[in-house]
Design a protein around this ligand. Structure first.
Ligand SMILES: NC(=O)c1ccc[n+]([C@@H]2O[C@H](COP(=O)([O-])OP(=O)(O)OC[C@H]3O[C@@H](n4cnc5c(N)ncnc54)[C@H](O)[C@@H]3O)[C@@H](O)[C@H]2O)c1
Length: 429
């Protein structure tokens, strides 16, 4: 069995991917591509049904890719844990949300229990979910041991490898992004490296699973803090009458010592609103001190939707219009351009804020599927008539497939949180 974990050319590796969300689906399809036999387990029966029918729920994955994997006969989406069968490598890609501000590892626990009951000597189990340092050795390994009766690092391998995919990014794909890998023991690390060595161009081994866990939180906290910095500067620069966008572009010409981050209407998705709080929670719990940068970044980034609502209110006010009764078109509901991901999207707070002030809000976003916001703001196709009939157009997510020229030509007033449009009637964040 250890031979197949290490990737013997003659013996296709049997991979169990637990979770078929954004991360798990990409990983499962890549494993199929390199010849593995993949069981793709998800507790969401609807998602599994969709995948079995050759339909992708992830914007980076075309239906045809799912179709190809199914046609290979080596991709088997499963919703019933009883049908999982044997595996050589299990990769856990389940959600790690915050519940009432605290890390909620329920999904990792239940995934570990499920994998543990079918774990056999020689297998490798890798966690990819983003989580606080210590999860793999304190929680995952003991849970697998308890469910299997086997000893981690002796009877089976355990590792951690953070997923670093950037949805919508066609240049830096799963295969091209260097993969940080770690194991409980040197033997575990060797097994993790051998497995990912077949999937990605480059692996980056680190000495402990805690280092690998911190790597991911460091990346996301770095982004969160820097976005908060430019968000705060955008608010202040506006008050000082300075164009922050021009200042950022000019600063970015410095060939060293600076990384350009751009302001926006707030942060969304899994990485920024949630992951840094895993780090601050752990630091607070274990060391009894506050992670001041995370607290401040949360504070600034969470204030942005309210700031956008205020700016739209002021923009309408300048045009002698009240928000109450105004017809407002919101462009972009996804938290990130060119994706269908609306988890934790700042658009939700902005649409709710405008509706609470009495605006008649409609939303255009062809990427995002049905969403709870649809109940308070109807989804509409973009047209000259629509834009011309609105008192304000608020750009929150600048998907590339939107006709911005049409918008600037026909809108009475535009609030642009992404620096995408120019004109007399356009106010930038
Ligand atoms: N989305 C990203 O761009 C991204 C990037 C890097 C890391 N991550 C991290 O990867 C992890 C997964 O993120 P995601 O975006 O794929 O989440 P997701 O919500 O899209 O997918 C997770 C899937 O796991 C399933 N699931 C939950 N509990 C399960 C269980 N016990 N057994 C089987 N399936 C279960 C859910 O039904 C869901 O389909 C998170 O920790 C996230 O922070 C996400």
């Amino acid at each position: 069995m250890a031979a197949s974990v290490a990737g013997a050319a003659t013996d296709p590796v049997r991979v169990l991917v637990v979770g078929q969300g954004y991360v798990g689906l990409l990983l499962a399809l890549r494993a199929v591509e390199v010849g593995a036999i993949v069981t793709a387990y998800d507790i969401d029966a609807g998602k599994v049904e969709q995948l079995r029918g050759g339909r992708s729920h992830v914007s980076d994955v075309a239906d045809a890719e799912v179709g190809r994997a199914l046609a290979s006969g080596r991709y088997r989406p499963v919703a019933d844990a009883a049908g999982l069968g044997e595996f050589d490598v299990a990769v856990i890609t389940v959600p790690t949300p915050l519940t009432e501000g605290v890390p909620d590892l329920t999904s990792i626990r239940s995934a570990a229990e499920c994998v543990g009951t079918i774990l056999r000597p020689g297998c490798l189990v890798v966690l990819e979910s983003t989580t606080y340092p210590g999860t793999t050795d304190e929680l995952l390994a003991p849970a697998l041991e308890a469910a299997s009766g086997l000893k981690a690092g002796v009877d089976f391998h355990v590792g951690y490898s953070p997923e670093r995919i950037d949805p919508g990014n066609t240049e830096w794909t799963l295969v091209r992004i260097p993969k940080v890998v770690a194991g409980l023991t040197p033997g575990c690390l060797a097994a993790v490296e051998a497995f990912y060595g077949r999937l990605v161009e480059r692996t980056v081994p680190v000495s402990t699973t805690r280092v690998a866990e911190l790597t991911k939180l460091l990346e996301n906290t770095f982004r969160h803090v820097n976005i908060a910095l430019v968000n705060e500067l955008a608010v202040h620069a506006r008050a000082l009458g300075i164009d922050i966008w021009e200042a950022i572009d000019a600063t970015a010409t410095k060939p060293f010592g600076y990384a350009a981050f751009r302001p926006g209407p707030g942060v969304g998705g899994h990485c920024l609103p949630i992951d840094p709080s895993y780090l601050s929670w752990r630091i607070e719990r274990q060391l009894g001190v506050t992670s001041r940068f995370v607290v401040t970044a949360n504070d600034v980034n969470q204030s942005m939707p309210g700031y956008v609502v205020r700016r739209v209110q002021l923009g309408l006010n300048d045009r002698r219009k009240a928000v109450k009764g105004a017809r407002i078109l919101v462009l972009g509901m996804a938290y990130k351009k060119n994706t269908n991901d609306a988890r934790e999207t700042p658009a939700a707070g902005i649409v709710r804020g405008l509706v609470e002030l009495g605006a008649d809000v409609v939303v255009h976003d062809d990427h995002v599927g049905p969403h709870e916001l649809d109940l308070i703001a109807a989804r509409v196709p973009l047209s000259t008539e629509l834009v011309g009939s609105c008192d304000a157009v608020v750009l929150l997510t600048d998907h590339d497939d939107v006709d911005y020229e049409l918008v600037t030509r026909h809108a009475a007033y535009v609030f642009d949180a992404r620096n995408r449009m120019r004109g007399e009637q356009v106010d930038l964040l």
